[in-house]
Design a protein around this ligand. Structure first.
Ligand SMILES: [Zn+2]
Length: 149
């Protein structure tokens, strides 16, 4: 797959390259970690995530997601919103007020999180104290990204 930086923010381009390498390379550390079963690396969705066939399905969905995802910035109506980004049919939209304040790893994490939504992985709400949210694929990717980039 490929992320296409539609913004004039050049900091997003290296983040796009790193995120797509992690997604495209089935031997990347991200894919290796998705195969782990240790407690701290567990992930789950719909009661899945505990055996090899779940792991294979998860990685299949990540590798076979959309071919091309466009990356945009947007100006939120409420500038102090906590929202960092969202995904829709058009692509991934970064909050323009947050994008300069986040480091490279966080940008990669946001791309992976939103890409997981494009692969139809969800997390219900945003309360990361809840296990189903914390261990969802989108949050699992964005919270482990510093290990990979
Ligand atoms: Zn999300």
């Amino acid at each position: 797959m490929k992320f296409i930086n539609m913004t004039n923010n050049s900091d997003l381009t290296p983040a796009c390259r790193i995120a797509e390498d992690l997604i495209n390379n089935p031997l990347s550390q991200m894919h290796q970690d998705l195969l782990r079963v240790d407690y701290y690396f567990r992930w789950s969705w719909d009661n899945k995530g505990s055996n090899l066939s779940d792991q294979v399905e998860c990685r299949f969905r990540i590798i076979n997601g959309p071919e091309e995802v466009k990356v945009f910035t947007y100006r939120p109506k409420w500038p102090f919103t906590k929202a960092v980004a969202y995904a829709d049919k058009k692509g991934i939209h970064f909050n323009i007020y947050k994008v300069d304040k986040t480091d490279l790893a966080s940008k990669v994490g946001t791309l992976l999180h939103e890409y997981a939504h494009k692969c139809e992985f969800g997390h219900g709400n945003n309360f990361k104290t809840e296990e189903k949210v914390k261990f969802s694929i989108p949050y699992w990717l964005s919270s482990n990204v510093s290990r990979w980039s």
